[in-house]
Design a protein around this ligand. Structure first.
Ligand code: PLP
Length: 393
């Protein structure tokens, strides 16, 4: 097998794609599907985004190639947001790069930061493009299980010294998908220090930093002293502003690392649609007023979903952040067959814990993508599948 094919063969099936295929079949058969799978809420994008995009689409200049430079006003708005929200000052020209959604940036960073054979540390359960990027770039994945006992944190110093020495890049994501864990400041400080000591690039994936509850405030990694020397942070419009399909995000970090990522992207894409960059800039500048009602909606959904699952015997601690619940399954019920039966018999899509890697076993993830009444209906259906699964144990 050629090297490229061998790399593809290392990649697992992509769970969200699989669900979409089954969902299409169920919908075609007239089934009432409730999709709690992908992190793709049913809420509309902000009005200012839609209006600005519509106007920008009429400007012929917006239809030209964006290239990697993109629209200066988007870079500047993203830099203003970082300053306003986290007190982090960055140069919008050299330290910030527009992305066609953060997913591609995360995957492409592996090509920018690693040579074939270098170690890439991947938390499991975790977002699939970390593994996808590492494998496709020919790096060596070093999978670290996230465990509830230590708050689902990756403890670099717990790796064997020889293994730590091989790590060139680590992916961290707090607030975390799928476990919903958040990272204490002290943890981030010692992790940044460890990356600096060992020359490790820290990819800090931060798309959920605005979806936080009960007074919790998620930091930027650049609030941590020394982070500029080691980190590239990824921000996205997708979740905060319900703009998943718009494909607009940005990376921020040391100018050398951003230049390296840009050089990779020079050869694989030509940047996000300029009209989308204009709309994203206007949305970012419109500020908190837009974000607050979206977060309030997720908080209400979280509370209702925790209550509904509790009522059917699935205890979940309300998470401080993200648009997910990471739900422990009763002992002995494997997550993949459970999720499959739930979808095929009850038409409710969730993600099996094991679809995030074997260390995700024992859980399933629900996304807070539907309103409270729909979730209540989903919980009734989940209860039926659970009852069948319990009988089979
Ligand atoms: C942890 C994490 N990072 C990044 C993303 C990707 O977001 P984007 O839409 O910007 O590609 C997601 C989306 O689900 C995610 O869960």
């Amino acid at each position: 097998m050629s090297a490229g094919r061998a790399r593809l063969a290392q990649l697992p099936a992509y769970a969200v794609h699989r669900i979409a295929t089954i969902k299409r079949r169920l919908l075609a058969a007239g089934r009432d599907v409730i999709d709690l799978g992908a992190g793709d809420a049913d809420l509309p994008p902000p009005e200012i985004a839609v209006r600005t995009l519509a106007e920008a689409a009429r400007d012929p200049k917006m239809s030209r190639y964006a290239f990697q430079t993109g629209l200066p006003e988007f870079r500047q708005a993203a830099a203003r947001y970082l300053e306003r929200r986290f007190g982090v000052a960055v140069d919008p020209v050299t330290e910030l790069l527009p992305l066609v959604g953060s997913k591609e940036g995360l995957a492409h960073l592996t090509f920018a930061a690693l040579d074939p054979g270098d170690g890439c540390l991947i938390p499991e359960p975790g977002y699939s493009p970390y593994m996808g990027g590492a494998v496709l770039a020919g790096a060596t994945p070093i999978v670290v299980p996230l465990r509830p006992e230590n708050g689902f944190l990756v403890e670099l110093e717990e790796l064997a010294p020889a293994q730590l020495a091989r790590v060139g890049l680590v992916f961290l994501n707090y607030p975390n998908n799928p476990t919903t864990a958040v990272a204490p400041r002290e943890y981030l400080e010692r992790t940044v220090a460890c990356c600096a000591r060992h020359g490790i690039v820290l990819a800090y994936d931060n798309p959920y930093c605005e979806i936080t509850f009960d007074g919790y405030r998620a930091p930027s990694i650049f609030e941590i002293p020394g982070a500029k020397d080691v980190a590239v942070e990824f921000h996205s419009m997708s979740k905060t502003f319900c703009m998943t399909g718009w494909r607009i995000a940005w990376a921020v970090g040391h100018a050398d690392r951003i230049a390296a990522l840009q050089q990779v992207k020079n050869f694989v894409d030509t940047g996000p649609f300029l009209a989308v960059q204009r709309a994203a800039a206007a949305t970012l500048d419109a500020g908190d007023g837009i974000v607050r009602p979206i977060v309030d909606t997720f908080r209400r959904r979280r509370d209702a979903a925790v209550r509904a699952l509790g009522a059917i015997g699935l205890a979940v601690t309300p998470p401080k952040a993200t648009m997910y619940l990471w739900v422990p399954l009763p002992d002995g019920i494997p997550s993949a067959p459970f999720a499959e039966r739930l979808l095929e018999d009850e038409f409710v899509a969730v993600l099996a814990g094991s679809s995030f890697g074997p260390a995700g076993e024992g859980y399933f993830r629900v996304a807070l993508t539907v309103n409270e009444a729909r979730f209540a209906e989903a919980a009734t259906r989940i209860a039926r599948t659970l009852a069948h699964a319990r009988q089979a144990v």
